[in-house]
Design a binder for this molecule. Structure first.
Ligand code: C2E
Ligand code: CA
Length: 580
């Protein structure tokens, strides 16, 4: 087999013809020049193989591999390749050998086989690559999801302003501390903390500075009570969880650290902002409590610290809490009691010291409580005054007293007036005059048979409204009495300008009259009576328990007496029987 000396130089035109044949069969990521260079190299290899002895079919496989590797990888490209090699290779490269066509046929068969194999391998590789890519994508997606879940979880469990744990996270940790598997036999503590008068900071510096002061407070708190969990419950309320307390002292120390760090002023935007806080502390055995219980107790205790003036901590006290809860329950039962008719009135005589006649009666409210039995006013009036329930309760008393008093006109002579105690709140309420006027109209009770008892302090308030209301009532003809006179301001001069008709002198003055000899109390009382008379006021002495006291009071010039000596508080029926 001869080897033309210039065999290689003919590879160029052939490679160009090959490149042309291939054009448009596949998408090629290379320039035409690069393609020609590649094909020229392959042409050389093929020519080499056709000349060599024996014929190495692996050259055909390698050429096919290279073609496919260069993305010349379609059925069309294979067809054109076989065609162009068959038609031109021998001629273009002047290949001469006896068995050249036979060798050519075998080499082309090897190219085709190699091509098919390379294509198959490439497909498998691509599938593998796709599988891998899918796997990587899934792993990445899962990572992204986990990251965003963590972010969501953080957002859901932290306060956006201070980045402290929020109520949700705190509740989880508290529940775990109280009910968790590791909590057995442990003690737990809470500091429920609230900034004092924080609203004032918002009001005087604006909400932005208020927010920054909160952020500063949160940061300090976190640092001061580490490693305990501090959560922001909302507004200016925070809570510290002391998970493994060894006793009250631990939690008190945490509260003191919190108060100390907060008491240092913060500079926000050049403003020196000072905040103080109040802390309610609860510390107890895990076995004896629940999260709700702890929170409720801490809330009450915080309230004690606040009402004691703030800037301090208070420690939970079960006895005090019990008392307050009982009061709370009692106060909540007042509206129900009113609805169910559990309240009733007793009446106590107001007796003339001149002739022993019945001038009037004082209405005294009682509560027939379904569980506690009959309750005296001292156990619920104060409560009703605090909560404002005295308004409906007092309104009922007033109406009931008028309703019952109308029926007392049956006897001979002047029927007694009914004297009703009015609480401060009732007097300060705008609708009082209208309420009384409507009541008198509805019941038909003459206005001079109603007396309203008001304490000195009610009258001494600087507000105009109560005085105006009382004047309007007095103008209607209603009697106005000052109750418990002598226990308050005792300013008789002031009374001169008020629409008052009667003074009820407190029982304390009368008590002093027990002694056989006239003493200071008696002289004070005597001058008080003459002053009152000078002001056109009648005087009724309260708490008259003995005949001796009644005699002395009569001698002093007192007009009327009230007390056990004249009659204990009793039902309306008793009063009616007495009138007859
Ligand atoms: P008060 O207005 O000073 O009423 C007189 C209280 O003294 C009554 O107690 C009466 O039972 C008691 N008392 C009467 N005579 C004597 C006596 O000789 N010796 C002693 N030691 N005590 C005597 P009560 O009924 O328990 O009422 C207590 C207070 O409750 C009343 O004091 C009054 O301030 C208030 N209260 C009663 N009913 C009402 C009401 O309907 N509305 C308002 N706002 N307060 C009421
Ligand atoms: Ca009274």
């Amino acid at each position: 087999m001869g080897e033309p000396p210039d065999g290689r130089s003919n590879a160029g035109p052939f490679a160009r013809a090959w490149a042309k044949a291939l054009s448009g069969t596949s998408y090629l990521p290379m320039t035409n020049a690069q393609l020609e260079t590649l094909l020229q190299r392959l042409t050389d290899q093929l020519a080499e193989a056709l000349r060599a002895e024996p014929l190495d079919l692996r050259v055909g496989h390698r050429v096919a591999d290279e073609l496919v590797g260069a993305h010349i990888a379609s059925a069309e490209a294979l067809g054109r390749t076989v065609e162009v090699i068959q038609l031109r290779l021998i001629r273009d490269l002047d290949l001469v050998a006896d068995d050249i066509s036979d060798r050519m046929a075998r080499l082309l068969a090897a190219v085709a086989t190699g091509y098919a194999r390379a294509l198959r391998d490439r497909t498998l590789d691509e599938q593998e690559a796709i599988r891998r890519a899918a796997l990587t994508a899934r792993v990445e997606a899962e990572q992204a999801l986990r990251a965003s879940e963590a972010r969501f979880r953080h957002q859901a469990t932290h306060d956006p302003l201070t980045d402290l744990p929020n109520r949700t996270l705190f509740a989880e940790r508290l529940a775990a501390a109280v009910d968790g598997p590791a909590s057995r036999g442990r003690r737990v503590g809470l500091c429920f903390l609230d900034l004092d008068r924080f609203k004032r900071i918002n009001d005087s510096y604006g909400h932005q500075i208020g927010d920054r002061a909160l952020v500063a407070a949160a940061r300090r708190l976190r640092r001061a009570v580490e490693p305990h969990l501090v959560a922001r419950l909302g507004g200016d309320a925070f809570v510290v969880l002391v998970e493994k307390s060894t006793g009250t002292g631990d939690v008190v120390a945490v509260a003191e650290a919190a108060l100390a760090t907060l008491s240092e002023p913060v500079v926000v935007d050049g403003n020196d902002v000072t905040v103080t806080a109040s802390v309610g502390i609860v510390e107890r055995r895990v076995a004896d409590t629940s999260p709700d219980d702890l929170m409720r107790a801490a809330g009450s205790t915080l309230h004690w610290a606040k009402t004691a003036g703030g800037a301090r901590w208070a420690l939970y006290d079960a006895e005090r809490d019990g008392r307050e809860q009982a009061r709370q329950a009692l106060s909540a039962a007042i509206p129900v009691g009113l609805e169910r008719g559990e309240f009733y009135l007793d009446y106590q005589p107001l007796t003339s010291l001149h002739d022993g006649s019945l001038l009037g009666v004082e209405a005294l409210v009682r509560w027939r409580h379904p569980q506690l039995g009959v309750l005296r006013p001292d156990s619920f009036i104060g409560l009703a005054e605090e909560t404002g329930l005295i308004v409906p309760l007092g309104g009922w008393v007033l109406a009931e007293a008028c309703r019952e008093a109308v029926g007392w006109a049956a006897g001979a002579g002047e029927p007694p007036y009914v004297s009703v105690n009015l609480a401060v709140r009732q007097v300060h309420r705008p609708g009082l005059v209208q309420e009384v006027r409507a009541l008198l109209r509805r019941t038909g009770l003459p206005p001079n048979r109603l007396q309203l008892e008001i304490t000195e302090s009610t009258m001494m308030s600087t507000a105009e409204e109560p005085v105006r209301a009382l004047r309007a009532l007095a103008d209607l003809g209603v009697r106005i009495a000052i109750d418990d006179f002598g226990t308050g301001y005792s300013n008789l001069a002031y009374l001169r300008d008020l629409p008052v008709t009667e003074l009820k002198v407190a029982g304390e003055f009368v008590r002093g009259l027990r002694a056989p000899e006239p003493r200071a109390d008696e002289r004070i009382l005597a001058s008080l009576v003459s002053l009152a008379h000078a002001l056109d006021l009648t005087v009724t002495a309260e708490g008259v328990e003995t005949g001796g006291q009644a005699d002395r009071l009569r001698a002093i010039g007192c007009d009327a007496g009230q007390g056990w000596h004249f009659g204990r508080p009793a039902s309306a029926d008793h009063i009616l029987a007495r009138i007859r």
